[in-house]
Design a protein around this ligand. Structure first.
Ligand code: SF4
Length: 271
Protein backbone atom coordinates (compact mmCIF):
# COMPACT_ATOMS: atom_id res chain seq x y z
CA UNK A 1 0.00 0.00 0.00
CA UNK A 2 1.27 3.41 -0.91
CA UNK A 3 -0.24 5.10 2.15
CA UNK A 4 1.74 4.83 5.35
CA UNK A 5 0.01 7.42 7.60
CA UNK A 6 3.50 8.35 8.79
CA UNK A 7 3.43 12.12 8.78
CA UNK A 8 6.39 14.11 7.51
CA UNK A 9 6.86 16.48 10.48
CA UNK A 10 8.82 19.10 8.57
CA UNK A 11 6.10 19.37 5.88
CA UNK A 12 6.63 19.81 2.17
CA UNK A 13 10.12 20.87 1.15
CA UNK A 14 11.82 22.40 -1.87
CA UNK A 15 14.80 20.13 -2.53
CA UNK A 16 13.10 17.22 -4.26
CA UNK A 17 15.00 15.56 -7.09
CA UNK A 18 11.77 14.57 -8.83
CA UNK A 19 8.03 15.26 -8.64
CA UNK A 20 5.33 12.79 -9.69
CA UNK A 21 1.82 14.12 -10.30
CA UNK A 22 -0.78 11.37 -10.13
CA UNK A 23 -3.05 12.36 -13.01
CA UNK A 24 -6.41 10.98 -14.12
CA UNK A 25 -7.49 13.61 -16.69
CA UNK A 26 -9.97 14.70 -13.97
CA UNK A 27 -10.25 18.17 -12.51
CA UNK A 28 -8.76 17.43 -9.08
CA UNK A 29 -5.58 15.98 -10.49
CA UNK A 30 -5.45 19.01 -12.78
CA UNK A 31 -5.39 21.11 -9.59
CA UNK A 32 -2.52 18.97 -8.29
CA UNK A 33 -0.64 19.55 -11.56
CA UNK A 34 -1.27 23.28 -11.25
CA UNK A 35 0.28 23.31 -7.79
CA UNK A 36 3.33 21.33 -8.97
CA UNK A 37 3.91 23.76 -11.83
CA UNK A 38 3.86 26.75 -9.46
CA UNK A 39 6.48 25.17 -7.20
CA UNK A 40 8.86 23.14 -9.36
CA UNK A 41 10.55 23.34 -12.77
CA UNK A 42 8.86 21.28 -15.48
CA UNK A 43 12.03 19.24 -15.99
CA UNK A 44 11.50 17.62 -12.59
CA UNK A 45 7.83 16.73 -13.14
CA UNK A 46 6.50 13.34 -14.26
CA UNK A 47 2.81 13.19 -15.16
CA UNK A 48 1.67 9.69 -14.22
CA UNK A 49 -1.53 8.16 -15.54
CA UNK A 50 -2.81 4.68 -14.63
CA UNK A 51 -5.00 3.12 -17.29
CA UNK A 52 -7.31 0.72 -15.42
CA UNK A 53 -8.80 -0.72 -18.60
CA UNK A 54 -12.21 0.71 -17.65
CA UNK A 55 -11.32 4.24 -18.70
CA UNK A 56 -12.87 6.35 -21.43
CA UNK A 57 -11.37 5.32 -24.78
CA UNK A 58 -10.28 8.92 -25.37
CA UNK A 59 -8.30 9.18 -22.11
CA UNK A 60 -4.86 7.99 -23.18
CA UNK A 61 -4.75 10.39 -26.10
CA UNK A 62 -5.94 13.24 -23.85
CA UNK A 63 -3.28 12.36 -21.28
CA UNK A 64 -0.44 12.49 -23.82
CA UNK A 65 -1.80 15.73 -25.29
CA UNK A 66 -1.86 17.32 -21.83
CA UNK A 67 1.70 16.25 -21.03
CA UNK A 68 2.92 17.60 -24.37
CA UNK A 69 1.01 20.86 -24.05
CA UNK A 70 2.29 21.50 -20.51
CA UNK A 71 5.81 20.23 -21.29
CA UNK A 72 6.18 17.51 -18.65
CA UNK A 73 7.19 13.86 -19.01
CA UNK A 74 4.24 11.44 -19.47
CA UNK A 75 4.29 8.07 -17.72
CA UNK A 76 1.48 5.70 -18.72
CA UNK A 77 1.06 2.66 -16.48
CA UNK A 78 -1.13 -0.39 -17.17
CA UNK A 79 -1.51 -3.56 -15.16
CA UNK A 80 -0.86 -6.50 -17.53
CA UNK A 81 -4.38 -7.83 -16.98
CA UNK A 82 -6.51 -4.72 -16.62
CA UNK A 83 -9.86 -4.51 -14.83
CA UNK A 84 -11.81 -7.08 -16.85
CA UNK A 85 -9.28 -9.91 -16.81
CA UNK A 86 -8.50 -9.35 -13.14
CA UNK A 87 -12.21 -9.55 -12.39
CA UNK A 88 -12.77 -12.68 -14.49
CA UNK A 89 -9.57 -14.57 -13.77
CA UNK A 90 -8.42 -13.59 -10.29
CA UNK A 91 -10.74 -11.57 -8.13
CA UNK A 92 -14.05 -13.18 -9.25
CA UNK A 93 -16.09 -10.50 -7.47
CA UNK A 94 -16.63 -6.83 -8.16
CA UNK A 95 -14.77 -4.44 -5.88
CA UNK A 96 -16.67 -2.74 -3.05
CA UNK A 97 -15.82 -0.28 -0.28
CA UNK A 98 -14.31 -3.03 1.89
CA UNK A 99 -12.32 -4.60 -0.90
CA UNK A 100 -11.34 -1.98 -3.40
CA UNK A 101 -9.00 -4.24 -5.30
CA UNK A 102 -9.27 -2.15 -8.46
CA UNK A 103 -7.44 0.77 -6.87
CA UNK A 104 -4.96 -1.52 -5.14
CA UNK A 105 -3.98 -3.45 -8.29
CA UNK A 106 -4.62 -1.03 -11.11
CA UNK A 107 -3.42 2.22 -9.55
CA UNK A 108 -1.46 1.85 -6.30
CA UNK A 109 0.28 -1.42 -7.22
CA UNK A 110 1.50 -0.33 -10.65
CA UNK A 111 2.53 3.09 -9.34
CA UNK A 112 4.55 1.67 -6.44
CA UNK A 113 6.21 -0.79 -8.78
CA UNK A 114 7.13 1.95 -11.23
CA UNK A 115 8.61 4.13 -8.50
CA UNK A 116 10.61 1.23 -7.04
CA UNK A 117 12.02 0.32 -10.43
CA UNK A 118 12.83 3.88 -11.55
CA UNK A 119 14.84 5.29 -8.66
CA UNK A 120 17.64 5.85 -11.18
CA UNK A 121 15.64 8.61 -12.88
CA UNK A 122 13.80 9.84 -9.78
CA UNK A 123 16.91 10.59 -7.75
CA UNK A 124 17.09 10.31 -3.98
CA UNK A 125 14.16 12.48 -2.90
CA UNK A 126 10.82 12.29 -4.68
CA UNK A 127 7.55 14.14 -4.13
CA UNK A 128 4.37 12.27 -5.08
CA UNK A 129 1.35 14.57 -5.50
CA UNK A 130 -2.33 13.73 -5.73
CA UNK A 131 -5.48 15.84 -5.92
CA UNK A 132 -7.87 14.56 -3.24
CA UNK A 133 -10.19 17.14 -1.67
CA UNK A 134 -11.69 16.88 1.80
CA UNK A 135 -15.23 17.72 0.71
CA UNK A 136 -15.37 14.72 -1.65
CA UNK A 137 -15.97 12.13 1.10
CA UNK A 138 -15.63 11.42 4.82
CA UNK A 139 -12.55 9.29 4.28
CA UNK A 140 -10.86 11.99 2.20
CA UNK A 141 -11.70 14.56 4.87
CA UNK A 142 -9.35 12.71 7.23
CA UNK A 143 -6.40 12.37 4.87
CA UNK A 144 -3.09 13.85 6.02
CA UNK A 145 -1.64 16.67 3.97
CA UNK A 146 1.76 15.05 3.81
CA UNK A 147 2.92 11.55 4.71
CA UNK A 148 5.72 9.19 3.77
CA UNK A 149 5.00 7.20 0.63
CA UNK A 150 5.44 3.45 1.04
CA UNK A 151 8.23 3.37 -1.53
CA UNK A 152 10.51 5.21 0.91
CA UNK A 153 13.46 3.03 1.86
CA UNK A 154 13.95 2.83 5.62
CA UNK A 155 17.70 2.33 5.36
CA UNK A 156 20.33 3.20 2.77
CA UNK A 157 21.46 -0.44 2.51
CA UNK A 158 19.83 -1.00 -0.92
CA UNK A 159 19.65 2.65 -2.02
CA UNK A 160 19.12 6.16 -0.72
CA UNK A 161 15.48 7.00 -1.50
CA UNK A 162 12.79 9.02 0.24
CA UNK A 163 9.33 9.69 -1.17
CA UNK A 164 6.83 12.12 0.38
CA UNK A 165 3.14 12.06 -0.59
CA UNK A 166 1.63 15.53 -0.65
CA UNK A 167 -2.02 16.50 -1.24
CA UNK A 168 -2.08 20.20 -2.09
CA UNK A 169 -5.80 20.44 -2.93
CA UNK A 170 -7.34 19.04 0.28
CA UNK A 171 -8.95 22.28 1.39
CA UNK A 172 -9.98 23.58 -2.02
CA UNK A 173 -13.47 23.45 -3.44
CA UNK A 174 -14.19 21.91 -6.80
CA UNK A 175 -14.75 25.27 -8.52
CA UNK A 176 -11.17 26.25 -7.71
CA UNK A 177 -9.93 23.16 -9.54
CA UNK A 178 -11.77 24.21 -12.69
CA UNK A 179 -10.27 27.71 -12.35
CA UNK A 180 -6.77 26.28 -12.07
CA UNK A 181 -7.30 24.04 -15.10
CA UNK A 182 -8.39 27.12 -17.02
CA UNK A 183 -5.25 28.98 -15.92
CA UNK A 184 -3.20 26.12 -17.36
CA UNK A 185 -5.14 26.38 -20.64
CA UNK A 186 -6.62 22.90 -20.18
CA UNK A 187 -10.20 22.07 -21.11
CA UNK A 188 -12.06 20.04 -18.45
CA UNK A 189 -12.62 16.39 -19.38
CA UNK A 190 -15.77 16.06 -21.52
CA UNK A 191 -17.43 13.78 -18.93
CA UNK A 192 -18.09 16.83 -16.71
CA UNK A 193 -20.77 17.83 -19.22
CA UNK A 194 -22.94 15.03 -17.83
CA UNK A 195 -21.18 13.62 -14.71
CA UNK A 196 -19.90 15.08 -11.47
CA UNK A 197 -16.73 12.98 -11.31
CA UNK A 198 -14.15 11.72 -13.76
CA UNK A 199 -13.74 8.10 -12.71
CA UNK A 200 -13.75 4.75 -14.49
CA UNK A 201 -16.67 4.53 -16.94
CA UNK A 202 -18.59 2.05 -14.76
CA UNK A 203 -17.13 2.70 -11.32
CA UNK A 204 -19.15 0.90 -8.62
CA UNK A 205 -19.16 4.13 -6.60
CA UNK A 206 -20.84 6.25 -9.24
CA UNK A 207 -24.59 6.81 -9.18
CA UNK A 208 -26.74 4.48 -11.26
CA UNK A 209 -27.92 7.36 -13.41
CA UNK A 210 -24.35 8.33 -14.23
CA UNK A 211 -23.48 4.75 -15.15
CA UNK A 212 -26.48 4.81 -17.47
CA UNK A 213 -25.14 7.94 -19.14
CA UNK A 214 -21.86 6.17 -19.89
CA UNK A 215 -23.64 3.02 -20.96
CA UNK A 216 -25.58 4.97 -23.58
CA UNK A 217 -22.41 6.59 -24.88
CA UNK A 218 -20.08 3.56 -24.66
CA UNK A 219 -22.23 0.42 -25.02
CA UNK A 220 -19.46 -1.62 -26.69
CA UNK A 221 -17.03 -0.90 -23.88
CA UNK A 222 -19.51 -1.64 -21.08
CA UNK A 223 -21.14 -4.75 -22.56
CA UNK A 224 -18.27 -7.15 -21.61
CA UNK A 225 -18.72 -6.13 -17.97
CA UNK A 226 -22.39 -7.11 -18.12
CA UNK A 227 -21.36 -10.49 -19.52
CA UNK A 228 -18.84 -10.77 -16.66
CA UNK A 229 -21.66 -10.29 -14.15
CA UNK A 230 -23.50 -13.26 -15.63
CA UNK A 231 -20.38 -15.41 -15.81
CA UNK A 232 -19.41 -14.73 -12.20
CA UNK A 233 -22.95 -14.59 -10.82
CA UNK A 234 -21.88 -11.47 -8.97
CA UNK A 235 -23.31 -8.03 -9.63
CA UNK A 236 -21.68 -4.64 -10.08
CA UNK A 237 -23.23 -3.23 -6.89
CA UNK A 238 -24.75 -5.29 -4.09
CA UNK A 239 -28.29 -4.40 -5.02
CA UNK A 240 -27.90 -3.35 -8.61
CA UNK A 241 -26.59 -5.06 -11.70
CA UNK A 242 -25.26 -3.38 -14.79
CA UNK A 243 -27.64 -5.63 -16.70
CA UNK A 244 -30.66 -4.02 -15.01
CA UNK A 245 -29.36 -0.59 -15.95
CA UNK A 246 -28.71 -1.78 -19.48
CA UNK A 247 -32.28 -2.98 -19.82
CA UNK A 248 -33.56 0.35 -18.53
CA UNK A 249 -31.51 2.50 -20.85
CA UNK A 250 -31.32 0.58 -24.12
CA UNK A 251 -34.37 0.38 -26.31
CA UNK A 252 -35.01 -2.85 -28.18
CA UNK A 253 -33.35 -1.67 -31.43
CA UNK A 254 -30.16 -0.76 -29.59
CA UNK A 255 -30.00 -4.18 -27.96
CA UNK A 256 -30.59 -6.00 -31.27
CA UNK A 257 -27.87 -3.96 -32.96
CA UNK A 258 -25.48 -4.74 -30.14
CA UNK A 259 -26.26 -8.47 -30.34
CA UNK A 260 -25.41 -8.43 -34.05
CA UNK A 261 -22.12 -6.69 -33.40
CA UNK A 262 -21.20 -9.16 -30.65
CA UNK A 263 -22.17 -12.16 -32.81
CA UNK A 264 -20.11 -10.81 -35.73
CA UNK A 265 -17.17 -10.24 -33.40
CA UNK A 266 -16.95 -6.79 -34.96
CA UNK A 267 -15.98 -3.81 -32.87
CA UNK A 268 -17.28 -1.26 -35.36
CA UNK A 269 -19.28 1.62 -33.94
CA UNK A 270 -22.97 1.61 -34.71
CA UNK A 271 -24.05 4.06 -37.37
S1 SF4 B 1 -12.53 4.86 -10.34
FE1 SF4 B 1 -13.79 3.31 -9.29
S2 SF4 B 1 -13.59 1.47 -10.57
FE2 SF4 B 1 -11.92 2.84 -11.15
S3 SF4 B 1 -10.19 2.23 -9.91
FE3 SF4 B 1 -11.22 3.86 -8.80
S4 SF4 B 1 -12.67 2.85 -7.41
FE4 SF4 B 1 -12.03 1.34 -8.96
Amino acid sequence: MAKTNIIVPEGVQTDYTSVIVSYSNGIDSTGALYWALQEFPKEKIFLLYCDTGLEYPENIKMFYQTAKFIGVKPILLQHPKGFLDLLLEERLKWPDMKNRWCTAYLKTGVTDHWIRTHRDILGTKCLFISGERRDESRSRAKLPEIEYHSTTLKTKRVADFICHWYRPCLDYEKGKMFEQGQKLGLEPHFCYEYLDRCSCMACMFMSDKHAVENMKRYPHQIRPYIQAETKLAHTWKKNKSLEELWEQCMDIDDVEDMQEVITDGSTKEKT
